[in-house]
Design a protein around this ligand. Sequence first.
Ligand code: LLP
Length: 423
Amino acid sequence: MTHFQFKENQLYCEDTSVTEIVEEFGTPLYLYSRQQLIDNFRSIDRAFAGVDHTTCYALKANSNLELLKLLVSEGAGADAVSAGEIHLALKAGFHPSKITFAGVGKQDSEIEYALKHGIFSFNVESTEELAVINEIAGRMNTKARIALRINPDIDASTHPYISTGLKTNKFGIDIAIAVNTFKYAHALPNLHVDGIHTHIGSQILKLDPFVQTAEKVVDLVTELRKTGITIQHIDFGGGYGVTYKNAVKHPMLPVEEATEADEAPLNNAFIASVLPILKQAGCKIVIEPGRSIVANTGILITKVLYRKDNGVKKFVIVDAGMNDLIRPSLYQAYHQIVPLTLNDSILENVDVVGPVCETGDFFARERTLPFVQRGDLIAILTAGAYGFAFSSHYNARPALAEVLVNGDKVRVIRERETIEELR
Ligand code: LLP
């Protein structure tokens, strides 16, 4: 997390003290580092140097328009999963020829919208969807470029809710029947079969599942060529994991217990592990990373409201809730938490919880943290992916503000919603 560091005992984002930012913009607050976003994108995109490719950022991870615009200026494409995301991608300036459209449940109106805007490719998830896209494209007097999403039945060894490449998951077409499904698609008059798509899950920390998937995909390309179906592009999805523990280090912070299973390879190591295999197919390569581009770009800053000790547990009650960052509640996800100012305070074991009326409203349980009290500011780190994007209005809590740091400058990239604006 190179652009979030302690300088002496103060947390900084790039050249700006986070506490000073909070004094101006209040809490809870999402804060992003512009340089971290750019560095992350480049670390992935440049690993493909010399190969015909597009890095289609997965908007679902974070679709803030200003962050999207930065990625546009870096040459990114976009991976969208709804008409709403296609709309945002277009608004941010992504060229339609660099937009892919994924999802198991595309509505007819969304298919029409995507066709109208001439996106690069539909990543199709079922035989029935192929027929529907063919029918809609025919009605609109156009041809839809498609890739078929293959379910390779590979265990990505990640949380079951974000594992997508197993037969028991709803995603993709069983690889065992893939050739026949491709033949069916090829015969439909209003489809142009162009690619193979695969995405086996998210927050994947091992290289091996990617390697196995790449091998299966390349074999399939070869098999399809024998039947006269020419595959032009492989969309290899996203899923590269990030390291959540010990993102920021300081002698006054506890060292978080981490095993190999908590450490993500570098972004370019994910690419390096599959690129030689994928290259054999001689296709254009598309990838769809989300988390690896934005996760460590953002933090969620929250203020301590109260402390409570019931003799069994100590609770630190903060002003952000599960509606602002649902990952700990939903996936028992681990996010490092640090005070913005470090003192020589004692370490203690606490639950960090929000104000929402749910027992599942927590950011950390039984966590060793420096002592904090009412008024103190803490940061929940590595919160840029599936943070704001996955937030809700539960308990009629307004959407948070988002700010972007660029060196010693800060600007609001989403105004804080007011209670009057709630509907
Ligand atoms: N492509 C497809 C088709 C996807 O379904 C996803 C994520 C991505 C790309 C981007 O994956 P990434 O590179 O971000 O891992 N809310 C969960 C993660 C859900 C991922 C859904 N699909 C979390 O907070 O961990």
